[in-house]
Design a protein around this ligand. Structure first.
Ligand SMILES: Nc1ncnc2c1ncn2[C@@H]1O[C@H](COP(=O)(O)OP(=O)(O)OP(=O)(O)O)[C@@H](O)[C@H]1O
Length: 338
C-alpha cells in the first residue's frame, strides 16, 4: 500500500468541466471519501486515478512515482463498481480467484486457494464458495464484488458507490463490515458516494466535491463542525442546516460581513414562547420513526430541527428560538468566522 496524490488535475468532456484543478492526497492506510451530488465529478476522479481517463492537466503519483501516463495495469489499482459486474457462469470461488488468474499476474493455485479462502472468511461468504453467483442475494453478490478487489493487494482500492444498489438495512450492515475490513487490512481506499452517512461513518477524511472542484477536505468532524462555505455546510447534517438571512435574527451578534446565518439543531434552543416575544410558530412535527423533525415558521423561513419527543410542542404553538454559536456566511457563501 502507498500514498496516492492528485496534483491540480483537470478533465473536460466537450463543454463539461468534469474535474477542475483538483488536488488531493490519500495517505497510506487512509480511507478517503469523496462526497458530492450526481454529476459533481466523483466517478471521473476515480477513473483518472485508475488510468481509465487521462487528465487534460495536472498529474497523479502513486508511491511517489508519476503514473499520469501509465496504463491501468501499470498503476496497480483495484476498482469496485456500483454494479456487481460478476461473471454469472462462474462460482463464487472462481469469481474471487479471477483477478489472480490474469496472465499479467500468474499466481500459483495453492496461493490463490489460500487468498480466496481468507477473503471469503473476511467477508463472511466462506460457505458460499461453491455456489454460482447468480444464486446469491444482492448483498452477497456485492460482497463477492468487493472480495474480488480484496484478493489483490494493490496500491489503492477505488470504490464507486459500491453499496448504493443495496437496500438500507444491507447497506448499513456492509458499511460496518467495510470499515472493519479496511482497518484489519490497513487498506488505502478512495471511495465515492453521494450519501452523507457513508461519508461520515467510513471516511478517515472526507472531501466534499462541487462542480468538479474540491470544496473542502478534512476529518468528518471538521467538515461537519467547521465547514468552509455554505455548500459544504448544506451537504452534511440531517435535518439540513437552516440557512436564514441575517435579518431573521436581529438580536443576534454577528460579524459585519455575515449575510446568512446557518443553524443546525445543536445551535438552536426552541422553547414555548409563554408570553415572551415569539420568534415563530410550529407548523408540523414530522415523525420519522427514529427521530422527530420540528418545523417552525420563522417569517418567510421554514426552520427545521430535531425535536425532543418530550417537548410537548405541536402545530400552532408559538415558540422562541435562541441561537447559540451558529455559523455565519458571506454574500458569496464563504464562511465568516466570529
Ligand atoms: N465520458 C463522458 N463523456 C461526456 N461527459 C461525461 C463523461 N463522463 C462524465 N461526464 C460528465 O462529467 C460530469 C461529471 O461526471 P461524473 O460521472 O464524474 O459525476 P459523479 O459525481 O460521479 O456523478 P454520479 O454520482 O451521477 O455518478 C457530468 O456532467 C457528466 O455528465
Amino acid at each position: 500500500m502507498s500514498e496516492v496524490a492528485l496534483d491540480r488535475v483537470s478533465k473536460r468532456f466537450g463543454a463539461t468541466q468534469a474535474v477542475s484543478d483538483l488536488s488531493l492526497t490519500i495517505e497510506d492506510g487512509a480511507f478517503v471519501v469523496l462526497l458530492g451530488p450526481t454529476g459533481a465529478g466523483k466517478t471521473t476522479t476515480l477513473r483518472l486515478v485508475a488510468g481509465l481517463e487521462r487528465p487534460d492537466a495536472g498529474g497523479i503519483r502513486i508511491a511517489g512515482r508519476d503514473v499520469t501516463r501509465d496504463s491501468p495495469a501499470q498503476r496497480d489499482v483495484a476498482f469496485v463498481f456500483q454494479q456487481y459486474s460478476l461473471y454469472p457462469h462462474l462460482s463464487v470461488f472462481d469469481n474471487l480467484a479471477f483477478p489472480l488468474r490474469s496472465p499479467a499476474r500468474p499466481t500459483p493455485e495453492p496461493v490463490i486457494r489460500q487468498k480466496v479462502n481468507d477473503v471469503a472468511t473476511l467477508l463472511r461468504i466462506a460457505d458460499k464458495l461453491d455456489q454460482r453467483v447468480t444464486k446469491l442475494s444482492g448483498g452477497q453478490m456485492q460482497r463477492v464484488a468487493i472480495g474480488r478487489a480484496l484478493v489483490r493487494s494493490p496500491s489503492i482500492y477505488l470504490m464507486d458507490e459500491p453499496l448504493s444498489s443495496l437496500d438500507a438495512k444491507l447497506r448499513a450492515e456492509l458499511r460496518i463490515e467495510l470499515k472493519r475490513i479496511q482497518r484489519e487490512l490497513g487498506a488505502t481506499i478512495l471511495y465515492v458516494t453521494h450519501d452523507q452517512t457513508e461519508a461520515m461513518t467510513l471516511g478517515s477524511r472526507v472531501g466534499v466535491i462541487e462542480n468538479g472542484r474540491l470544496a473542502q477536505v478534512g476529518t468528518p468532524r471538521q467538515v461537519y463542525e467547521d465547514p468552509a462555505n455554505v455548500y459544504v455546510a448544506a451537504r452534511l447534517g440531517s435535518p439540513q442546516i437552516n440557512l436564514a438571512p441575517r435579518s431573521a435574527f436581529p438580536e443576534l451578534a454577528a460579524p459585519a460581513r455575515a449575510t446568512t446565518v446557518g443553524a443546525r439543531t445543536e445551535h438552536a434552543e426552541i422553547t414555548r414562547a409563554n408570553g415572551r416575544r415569539a420568534s415563530g410558530r410550529v407548523t408540523w412535527v414530522e415523525h420519522l420513526g427514529d427521530q422527530d423533525h420540528l418545523h417552525v415558521q420563522l417569517g418567510e423561513q421554514d426552520f427545521v430541527t430535531l425535536a425532543d419527543p418530550d417537548s410537548g410542542l405541536g402545530p400552532g404553538d408559538d415558540v422562541a428560538i435562541a441561537l447559540k454559536d451558529p455559523l455565519f456566511f458571506s454574500a458569496t457563501g464563504e464562511r465568516v468566522r466570529t
